[in-house]
Design a protein around this ligand. Structure first.
Ligand code: FDA
Length: 316
């Protein structure tokens, strides 16, 4: 009994996990333009060019090396090395001062799913990246994946924060547990990115209704804004962006005590408007060869983006 929008979303989420389709599309001569709207290229240099462009327009960046659910230790090491490389190159280019360019990590890409030792492997890889970020004078944020990994990710976060208290967390307002997690993490020095959440989650753990997810977002945001930490408001939703501005004001926050975050290629005009008004704005910039799953999730969220993608495919 799905409506057409829900059916489209489910189809696209299914496509995002379809390996044959992934290979076909990844190897199709997709125009760089199609991918480039949402993805900051495939190489370190590509992504640094994008970060430089953003810096020129008063926007900060958090860089994500694409890849997830690694089942191969060598791949996890390659992912770690890509991060070490991009952090060093960004520092060299003078982009990391005051955390202007930082990185976002997925623990599953660093080996979390590699059987019994997975968590330890991911932690070790994440530690190497945090040390490199510390040397470069910038920060790291741990992306949040599906609900089966929430506790593990928060425990890795606690470990990392013992050495690097600036490691950021992501919390997802679609999970029932998140309001409490916000309370636990709203302490001084705690960087928390609040987003709605992008995975398909069961009713036992997550709100299914968009309105409920939005209301939860507002409750969580209130906790974070009134708390002592550093909230990072990750949404393109005009209503939620407006509410964030009001809540920050009410909590007497200065513009440098929280930030707005959006994805590369989504509402760039709004990113520029917020930055011009003096807000801190950070753009999430994914890059690398494994852009397929990421792009499909963006399409599932907003099938209007699909036309853009398919037109690009069809003309090549
Ligand atoms: P939603 O998709 O519900 O859209 C709400 C409204 O925003 C729309 O009605 C429209 O008005 C506007 N809008 C959205 N897309 C638009 C577009 N393309 N053009 C114009 N208007 C548009 N998720 C996760 O599970 N773990 C994570 O670690 C992260 N990390 C993360 C970092 C950052 C910086 C961001 C911005 C997002 C994430 N996410 C994430 C993804 C997040 O959970 C969520 O899936 C997307 O941000 C989409 O949700 P929105 O809040 O943007 O609203």
């Amino acid at each position: 009994h799905l409506n057409p929008a829900a059916l489209m979303r489910q189809t696209l989420l299914g496509m995002s996990r379809n390996d044959q389709l992934r290979q076909a599309i990844e190897h199709a001569p997709v125009s760089r333009d199609v991918v480039r709207r949402f993805v900051g290229g495939t190489t370190t240099q590509d992504v640094l060019d994008v970060a430089t462009e953003l810096a020129d327009t008063r926007r900060m960046a958090t860089i994500d090396y694409l890849g997830e659910d690694t089942l191969d230790p060598a791949m996890a090491e390659r992912t770690r090395d890509a991060y070490l490389d991009v952090i060093a190159a960004a520092a060299q280019a003078g982009l990391t001062q005051d955390g202007a360019v930082e990185v976002s990590l997925k623990l599953s890409a660093l080996g979390q799913a590699l059987g019994r030792d997975g968590n330890a492997i991911a932690l070790e890889n994440a530690r190497a990246i945090c040390q490199a970020a510390a040397n470069a004078g910038t920060t790291v944020t741990l992306d949040m994946e599906d609900h089966t990994t929430t506790d593990l990710t928060l425990s890795v976060l606690r470990d990392l924060r013992q050495d690097w208290p600036w490691v950021g967390a992501v919390l997802q307002s679609y999970l029932y547990r998140t309001e409490q997690d916000c309370r636990d993490l709203a302490h001084e020095g705690s960087r928390v990115r609040l987003c709605k959440g992008t995975y398909k989650e069961p009713e036992s753990v997550a709100f299914q209704d968009k309105g409920d997810v939005d209301r939860s977002f507002v409750r969580c945001l209130k906790v974070l804004m009134e708390g002592e930490g550093y909230p990072m408001v990750a949404s393109h939703d005009p209503r939620l962006v407006e509410i964030a501005t009001v809540l920050a004001d009410k909590a007497q926050r200065t513009p440098d005590s929280f930030e707005y975050q959006m994805l590369l290629g989504i509402r760039p005009d709004e990113q520029l408007r917020l930055a011009a008004a003096g807000a801190r704005v950070r753009v999430y910039v994914p890059y690398g060869d494994e852009w397929y799953g990421y792009l499909m999730r963006r399409m599932a969220e907003r099938p209007a983006n699909l036309g853009f993608f398919l037109r690009g495919l069809a003309t090549k």
